[in-house]
Design a protein around this ligand. Structure first.
Ligand code: USQ
Length: 375
């Protein structure tokens, strides 16, 4: 999401620099799960974008867990606001084995802590927009509020962070990030927006639509691919759609176009100083079964069969649960949702069909069991 966000913000008139250590690319290579379409490196992408838009985006390649690197970045480009995406982003990867778990823990917590310290030192008025996850809340049997819960207890009342109970180590690091941010909002009067995002789908944005070299990654493998993107590629590859367990797992989803708008709206309408503002970032909820049915239906209009397979769930999660999360904050800021229509699914299928020869079916399901002994 980093590169699409950078293009989107410059297209809206903001000055943007990007920082990356290619962690996701290198983990994908290490695990032999490449995205569907290879994309150029950031230097090459910025040259293409500058030729199309006239916007120059400085690139800093390095690791945000390295304090001397982050100091250097903030000295050379001191922002009014920053978007922190610098995390190992895959729940299944975080449950792969001990090495992957430790990498996720170290990377995600250290980058968040370094960002907090850098903001305090170099730009204490800048807002941190942090990408959290709806998975922080888990699937509780009560309505999920937008970040906070009023608790009445023995005749007294206080507002607390909404109870959080995640289903993977990755999601748990995001809970820990929220706790770190909340501590330093209270200690140092920072301004922070924590975006609890659901799974994102889609490829095309206003900025990349006609330029394949500017696309974001489309992973369809079991480790880095999210469910809808996976189902689309599976339908095209003739692989049965991999519904885990009963398929009643319900999540809040959003189109990549809405993700970019949510992040921009949060930046352009910053949280007050001393406030941790939390938004639930999704536009509609679906169960896995509903997504599989939708993909099956649209795939059939392309002459694709798309069988649905209910396979043993490699994860440990509720497969049949209550799910009613609030999500009004971003709509109040002006978000105009792009919903999951049949046309959107069809556009994704067309994209996957165009790249059908690059699909490697062995990437689709490699049976990473979340409670496996190899962990
Ligand atoms: N699922 C299937 N079949 C598949 C893949 C997934 O049934 O082939 C199910 C999963 O078991 C889960 C649901 O679909 O119940 C969503 O899984 P996912 O892989 O699309 O998403 P998840 O692992 O939860 O993580 C993704 C992103 C993560 C983001 C999160 C938002 O990778 O970065 O934080 O979505 S949320 O899920 O709301 O926590």
């Amino acid at each position: 999401m980093g590169w699409p966000t950078a293009m989107h913000l410059t297209a809206k008139g903001h000055s943007v620099a990007v920082v990356d250590n290619y962690l996701r690319r290198s983990l994908c290579r290490q695990e032999n799960v490449e995205p569907l379409v290879d994309v150029p490196n950031l230097h090459q992408r910025t040259v293409i974008w500058e030729s199309l838009s006239g916007s120059h985006i400085p690139v800093f390649i390095g690791d945000l867990t390295d304090w001397s690197f982050i100091e250097d970045v903030f000295r050379r480009f001191t922002p009014d606001g920053l978007v922190h995406y610098a995390e190992q982003p895959a729940a299944p990867y975080s449950m792969l084995n001990r090495t992957a778990s430790m990498l996720t823990l170290r990377n995600n917590l250290e980058t968040t802590a370094n960002v907090i310290f850098a903001v305090k030192q170099f730009c204490p008025d800048a807002q941190i927009v942090k990408l959290g996850t709806m998975g922080e809340y888990g699937t509780p049997n009560i309505d999920i509020e937008e970040g906070w819960l009023d608790v009445d207890h023995k005749g007294r009342r206080q507002t607390f962070l909404f109870p959080r109970q995640a289903g993977s180590l990755y999601h748990t690091t995001k809970i820990m990030d929220t706790d770190l941010l909340w501590l330093y909002v209270r200690m140092w009067n920072l301004r922070v927006t924590d975006l609890m995002q659901g799974p994102v789908y889609g490829i095309f944005t206003d900025e990349n639509r006609d330029h394949e070299n500017l696309y974001s990654f489309l992973n369809y493998d079991e480790l880095f691919g999210t469910v809808l993107n996976r189902f689309i590629v599976q339908a095209v590859a003739g692989h049965p759609l991999t519904v885990y367990g009963k398929g009643g797992q319900t999540r809040g989803y959003l189109n990549i176009v809405d993700t970019l708008n949510c992040v921009r709206l949060a930046l352009e309408n910053p949280a007050q100083k001393g406030k941790l503002r939390i938004f639930n970032q999704f536009t509609e909820t679906f169960s896995v079964n509903q997504l599989a049915d939708r993909v099956q239906k649209v795939a059939s209009s392309f002459g694709l069969k798309a069988e649905i397979a209910r396979i043993e769930n490699p994860r440990k999660e509720s497969e049949d649960h209550y799910y009613n999360p609030e999500h009004t904050g971003l709509l109040e800021l002006g978000l105009e949702p792009h919903y999951l229509t049949d046309e959107v699914i069809a556009e994704m299928i067309e994209f996957a069909l165009k790249h059908k020869d690059k699909i490697r079916p062995e990437q689709i399901f490699r049976k990473v069991k979340w409670d496996s002994d190899s962990n």
